[in-house]
Design a protein around this ligand. Structure first.
Ligand code: SF4
Length: 410
């Protein structure tokens, strides 16, 4: 298991969305949003359960009509994770969502602009101890700020957030987190950097309308990861044009990859394949990825294309498999533990991974006939080297030629 990498993080106040802490040194959380009609209680809950299983910590549902608020009244008590109501134009929907018992609100300051409405919602939230996210969005910026700044700029988005905070201050409300999202990555990064200098409220990171994967994943990761690596950000959301489960998975995977959350799922490492590969590495890696997708095993597992270099290159993995001579060589922490037929490679990985997860790597090595596995592995390696040579890419031959040429030119 890879040790978490500690990044120094900007210090922020802490708020609670239901039972989940955000900011103030709490683990960075993953958020997503349901795509069902909120009035469809069973459909929405089904999606929320799938999101929670994929690593989502806090879920948001739209509250855009009275039926949605009524749906929330039934969803909130049955949800496994805290529920935030997303409010755009109608402040009364915010009040209705609070009546439904939601754990948080998201208000878009560009869409609810009358101060008395904003303050009415904040007062009610204060009375109920419910936090609000000020969700500034470049695409729906207050027109007055758009005109003042001559377009959507980082300063305009920051000012929008600060204006909202000023209204909250007037009614003594401070259970706040803020987002300043834009679909343009450099703009979004600049806005969050500027915001982090003028407030210590926790920040919710996201690249809005990032689009479908894979380009949407790349965009969202570029913006969110850049800020997290600077210590900015307390909770994140990938806004993908995709099943929201993909958003939750991506968020969770990013935090695990950066060492910002404990590993909960398999970290699958796989070689990029090359001319030495003894199997279709892409296919085996994909099958392994599918096999581990719904298994919560906090292990690093390697899929390597050849037994000549693979085990050495993936020595640090908890468990790995390398292909060679129509067989898969399993290794635990770099030690050969078994050799299985090529067709059983993925099944064997799953069986060993589950054993390691339950009993540990030492027990896995202890149960193996290491001497036999090493003997068979050595035979395969020797045969491959005899067939193909240690230098399958003919690099040494080329180096000899280069040296000859350089010597003859001098
Ligand atoms: S492990 Fe083997 S097949 Fe994979 S990239 Fe390395 S040398 Fe090539």
């Amino acid at each position: 298991m890879t040790a978490p990498t500690p990044f120094s993080r900007r210090s922020t106040r802490q708020i609670h969305v239901g039972s989940v802490a955000v900011g103030g040194g709490a683990p960075i959380t993953v958020q997503s949003m349901t795509t069902t009609k909120t009035a469809d209680v069973e459909g929405t809950l089904q999606q929320i359960y799938a999101l929670a299983a994929a690593g989502c910590d806090i879920v948001r549902c739209t509250c855009n009509e009275p039926e949605a608020a009524e749906g929330l009244a039934q969803i909130v008590p049955r949800s496994p994770i805290p529920v935030i109501a997303d409010i755009h134009h109608q402040y009364k929907m915010a009040l209705a969502a609070l009546d439904a018992g939601v754990h948080g609100l998201r208000l878009n300051p560009g869409n609810i602009r009358r101060p008395e409405h904003i303050k009415a919602v904040a007062s009610e939230c204060r009375a109920r101890n419910v936090p609000i996210r000020i969700g500034v969005n470049g695409g729906s910026l207050d027109p007055a700020l758009y005109d003042k700044y001559g377009g959507i700029t980082a300063d305009a988005m920051v000012e929008s957030a600060l204006q909202e905070i000023a209204y909250f201050d007037e009614v003594g409300f401070d259970l706040v987190k803020i987002s300043v999202k834009a679909s343009n990555v450099p703009l979004m990064v600049e806005a969050y950097r500027k915001l982090s200098l003028v407030t210590d409220y926790p920040l919710h990171l996201g690249v809005t309308e990032a689009g479908p994967p894979p380009a949407g994943l790349v965009k969202a990761t570029a913006g969110i990861a850049a800020l997290l690596l600077e210590g900015i950000g307390d909770t994140i959301r990938y806004s993908l044009t995709a099943d929201p489960v993909e958003e939750a998975r991506a968020g969770r995977q990013l935090l695990e990859a950066l060492g910002l959350r404990e590993r909960k799922n398999v970290d699958l490492i796989a070689c990029p394949s090359c001319g030495r590969a003894e199997v279709d590495v892409i296919d085996v890696a994909k099958r392994a990825q599918d096999a581990f997708a719904d298994r919560q095993l906090p292990l690093q597992i390697a899929v390597m294309g050849c037994v000549v270099n693979g085990p050495g290159e993936a020595r640090e993995a908890d468990l790995g498999i390398a292909a060679g001579n129509k067989r898969g060589h399993l290794f635990v922490k770099g030690i050969n533990v078994a050799v299985v037929p090529e067709s059983e490679m993925v099944d064997a990985l799953v069986e060993w991974a589950e054993f390691i997860n339950e009993h540990g790597t030492d027990a896995a090595i202890a149960r193996a006939d290491v001497a036999k596995a090493e003997r068979e592995a050595r035979l395969d390696r020797t045969k491959l080297l005899d067939d193909k040579g240690a230098d399958a890419n003919h690099a040494q031959e080329r180096i000899v030629e280069i040296r000859k040429r350089v010597a003859s030119d001098s």
